[in-house]
Design a protein around this ligand. Structure first.
Ligand SMILES: Nc1ncnc2c1ncn2[C@@H]1O[C@H](COP(=O)(O)OP(=O)(O)OP(=O)(O)O)[C@@H](O)[C@H]1O
Ligand SMILES: [Mg+2]
Length: 226
């Protein structure tokens, strides 16, 4: 469904991705792990077709409108939860009755029922993160990219969102990044590890998280400097 070939992405002098090749099949679930600054967000933005690579190729076999990314630091319109979540359906021209129903359903899924009328800027960080997830899910994307989807969540909401992601994985292709290697193992069939803009390992959770062969990866997982 998605193929990256030797993708290089630079920010000025800084090289954030140094020749990343990666294939994601339809219906697959993939987690990206790696240190802060290793290129996870950059890779997701390229995979979401938001940024173009400076070198290499990105191929997506599908309708680009079916690709949705949930950002690490989501940005909202300064209005209510309802209007923010409804926006994507409105611009797609869905009828009001359908919008109302879908928005309420997805907000209840993420534990935000009854908060439709709240202004997003008055929400907590964790509530905002769940609204951002709802805003993506309501579009029923075929490829869903999630950048650290539980980073601001408390433990119960982390479990709730993991459950939602597992559910989403049944019907769509999901690629996420996380700073919690065991979360990657819980959520994905395949885990890929970035170090300094390179994919240094990929495989099953067992191969990457439980019994990593790469020394750098072992040190990183133990919380040591690699
Ligand atoms: N807009 C930008 N301008 C300049 N450099 C950037 C920009 N965005 C990212 N970088 C740099 O590119 C590298 C990769 O950043 P990226 O955000 O992809 O890492 P990450 O793996 O998502 O990290 P984290 O776990 O902290 O979210 C870093 O060195 C970062 O400083
Ligand atoms: Mg990031």
């Amino acid at each position: 469904m998605l193929e990256l070939r030797r993708v290089v992405r630079r920010y000025g002098e800084k090289v954030a991705l140094r020749g990343v090749s990666l294939r994601v099949r339809r219906g697959e679930s993939l987690s990206l792990i790696g240190p802060n600054g290793s290129g996870k967000t950059t890779l997701l933005r390229v995979a979401a077709l938001l940024d173009r690579p400076d070198e290499g190729e990105v191929r997506y076999r599908g309708d680009p409108r079916g690709v949705t990314m949930v950002f690490q630091q989501p940005v909202f319109f300064d209005t209510t939860v309802f209007k923010n979540v409804a926006y994507g359906l409105r611009i797609r021209g869905r009828p009001e009755a359908e919008i109302g129903e879908r928005v309420r359903r997805v907000l209840s899924l993420v534990g935000m029922e009854g908060k439709e009328g709240r202004r997003v800027r008055e929400l907590s960080g964790g509530e905002r993160q769940r609204v951002a997830l709802a805003r993506a899910l309501v579009l029923e994307p075929e490829l869903l990219l999630l950048d650290e989807p539980t980073s601001s969540l408390d433990p119960p909401n982390t479990w709730l969102v993991e459950e939602i992601i597992r559910e989403a994985e049944r019907e769509r292709t999901v690629v996420l990044s996380t700073n919690h290697p065991f979360q990657a193992a819980r959520l994905s069939r395949r885990v890929a590890c970035l170090f300094g803009g390179r994919l240094i390992a990929q495989g099953s959770p067992r191969e990457i998280v439980e019994r990593p062969r790469e020394e750098r990866l072992r040190r990183f997982l133990r919380g040591e400097r690699w």
